[in-house]
Design a protein around this ligand. Structure first.
Ligand code: GUN
Length: 282
């Protein structure tokens, strides 16, 4: 393998240790992350469980609200409204996707901007677009932290983000385009013509489409940084967007899957929770 491995587990541990120190120096206030999970999807349950475990390691408290898969829109909204009004809760995360039949938009928009540790509400997204301070979606933040940690040049670099979701692709494209990061960003998606040619132009490739192993070695410019955010559930288990073994022979940097962007999402969620607590005067 020629590529440098971008190790999300070790950077996550470093970030969490730093958070634990900061919280201790603040006198260990009870900084609380609340999660809401609707339904009994196995992988979602595991993600949420690891968010709570890592919150504990960072010196935070956490609270979980599980609702049955047949919960109504009103029931889900009532839980989020209660957390929004509770001054002992500093961050609220509603695990997505919600089961079919539930509309996530009105649920997310009940989260006050200062508790929106996922950066998904209209106000948080608006602040991101307007370049104003606010909480930003955790997975895109985690990608930036990895690029920074591994000194991947971004200024003037061509970045191609494959996937345009509001959770990852869209906010990440905006962050890569920001002053200080200064990449030239292309958002590619399922209707992009000649995807291979578009990706081949990139110094930084982010796979965030949820299409198993769609980014193959022939699509990658030698020396490029390749970041895998994709999650596809296949018979072989959970698979990323990048054909790792072959791409690692061409790329300059690559994230493993698992152990790349997943752990970084959790680290940045906890960073956001500390920021949220501070926004609320702690
Ligand atoms: N589902 C998969 N990733 C995420 C995430 O980062 N936040 C939320 N809320 N749901 C998710």
């Amino acid at each position: 393998m020629t590529a440098t491995l971008m190790d999300g587990n070790s950077l996550r541990d470093e970030i969490i240790a730093g958070l634990a120190t900061q919280i201790e120096q603040m006198g260990s206030p009870a900084i609380c992350l609340a999660t809401v999970l609707v339904g009994d999807d196995g992988p979602s349950q595991r993600y949420v469980k690891s968010k709570h475990k890592k919150a504990g390691e960072a010196g935070m408290v956490s609270r979980h609200h599980g609702l049955d898969a047949d919960a109504t829109q009103e029931e889900v909204e009532a839980v989020v409204r209660e957390l929004a009004d509770d001054p002992s809760v500093h961050g609220i995360l509603v695990q997505l996707p919600l089961p079919d039949g539930l509309d996530p938009e009105p649920v997310l928009d009940l989260i006050p901007a200062e508790k929106d540790v996922d950066g998904l509400t209209e106000r948080s997204m608006g602040r991101l677009v307007r370049n104003r301070p606010g909480l930003v979606s955790c997975t895109p933040l985690g990608v930036l932290r990895l690029l920074e940690k591994y000194s991947v040049p971004t200024s003037g670099a061509r970045a191609v983000v494959v996937g345009r979701s509001t959770l990852v692709g869209l906010p990440l494209s905006l962050l890569l385009n920001r002053k200080g990061v200064d990449a030239t960003v292309t958002m590619a998606h399922s209707r992009t013509a000649d995807m291979a040619a578009v990706v081949r132009e990139a110094d930084i490739v982010v796979g965030a489409a949820g299409q198993a192993r769609m980014i193959t070695a022939d699509m990658v410019k030698p020396g490029a940084a390749v970041i895998d955010v994709g999650v596809s559930r296949t018979e072989a288990g959970i698979v990323g967007d990048v054909d790792f073994d072959a791409v690692a022979e061409v790329a300059g940097w690559i994230t493993p899957m698992p152990g790349g962007t997943g752990p970084m999402t959790i680290a940045c969620l906890l960073e956001n929770t500390l920021t949220a607590a501070r926004l609320q005067g702690l």
